[in-house]
Design a protein around this ligand. Structure first.
Ligand code: ADP
Length: 314
């Protein structure tokens, strides 16, 4: 028996012979927040539907806390809370009425329903909204109600599909804080196409492209990749490119914007000190040496659109 809350084992889903999801495997542990990223049509929703037991895989299996979704879907589903992209809200209900119905649908013990509603409201900052009709709530508060219904039965796994789409910046900040808080007690999977959101909220990232996982790893690995292996260097007196290229640990060098040079560092090398020394020795007037940050978007594009991207999957 392992400690995984979610095990996706070689998941494949075919549509008319074409694989929308192909051989996707990963595990999630308690307390992890996994960001699930991918371009449109990559297979995110199809994977989510298989994880939540709403779609049968063509091949492979899903286990929730060790329970096989195909063999015992009722028990496995009890352990999941799900907020689909289209919020399943009854807008003519008050918050209390709706969450009471949600608790019943999730088979919360009748005697425990009132307490479960109170706890979910408190966790989602909805305490003062109990008697309000959902249709009169702001978009951000409606999203909180959507999340409250997903956690009302205190599930082990919470799956949120695009939870911050359509919210304003303050609402986005609040919902992200809420997701982080939920992540401390549950396993959370957040599907999103907003890259900074993944950096802010998740500790683990998966990138899916054309049905295949092209990245599966710690957020720090993605951040390191973002920091890249390049330096942006500014000289008052521009040296010849060839002279900079000769410095030990420099793989190559090119001219960059604002009269600077972009230096690519050789694998495993740290040429910073040698660059400074060469600049002093030759009077190049070094005024800046800093890591050249690749944008997260660039990392994403490198992973999803480059040849051989699949080979990078962990
Ligand atoms: P994402 O959520 O990443 O945008 P989807 O999982 O919705 O991607 O879709 C993945 C691929 O599967 C797409 O090419 C989509 O057209 C296809 N697909 C999704 N659902 C169906 C379906 N019911 N029938 C046929 N093809 C589908």
């Amino acid at each position: 028996m392992n400690n995984f809350t979610v095990e996706a084992i070689e998941l494949t889903r075919l549509y008319g012979g074409r694989a929308a999801v192909s051989d996707v495997s990963f595990n999630l542990a308690k307390g992890q927040v996994l960001g699930f990223l991918g371009p449109n049509g990559a297979g995110k929703s199809t994977t989510m539907k298989m994880l939540t037991g709403n779609l049968a895989p063509s091949l492979g299996s899903v286990k929730i806390c060790g329970i096989d979704m195909m063999e015992d879907p009722k028990e496995a589903k009890k352990l999941i809370g799900y907020l689909p992209e289209m919020r399943p809200l009854y807008k003519e209900f008050t918050v209390d009425e709706y969450l009471t119905v949600a608790a019943r649908l999730h088979n919360v013990d009748r005697k425990q329903i009132k307490k479960a509603v109170e706890i979910a409201k408190e966790r989602c900052g909805l305490g003062h909204m109990s008697k309000r009709l959902i249709e009169n709530l702001s978009n951000g508060y409606q999203q909180r109600v959507g999340i409250a219904q997903a956690i009302i039965h205190n599930p082990m796994v919470v799956i949120l599909d695009e939870p911050t789409v359509g919210l304003d910046p303050v609402q986005i900040r609040d919902i992200r804080a809420l997701i982080k808080e939920i992540g401390q007690e549950h396993s959370v999977i957040v599907s999103t196409h907003i890259l900074p959101e993944v950096e802010m909220v998740c500790d683990h990232v998966q990138i899916i492209d054309q049905g295949k996982l092209v990245f599966n790893g710690d957020i720090d690995v993605l951040k390191r990749q973002r920091m890249g292996n390049k330096l942006l260097v500014g000289f008052n007196k521009m040296p010849e490119l060839a002279d900079v290229a000769k410095i030990k640990g420099v793989a190559d060098v090119e001219l960059a914007e604002n009269n600077m040079m972009r230096i690519r560092i050789a694998e495993g090398a740290e040429p910073h000190e040698a660059i400074v020394k060469a600049a002093v020795k030759n009077g190049w007037g070094l005024y800046q040496i800093a890591p050249d940050q690749t944008s997260l978007e660039d990392v994403f594009i490198q992973l999803t659109y480059q040849d051989g991207a699949q080979e990078k999957a962990a």
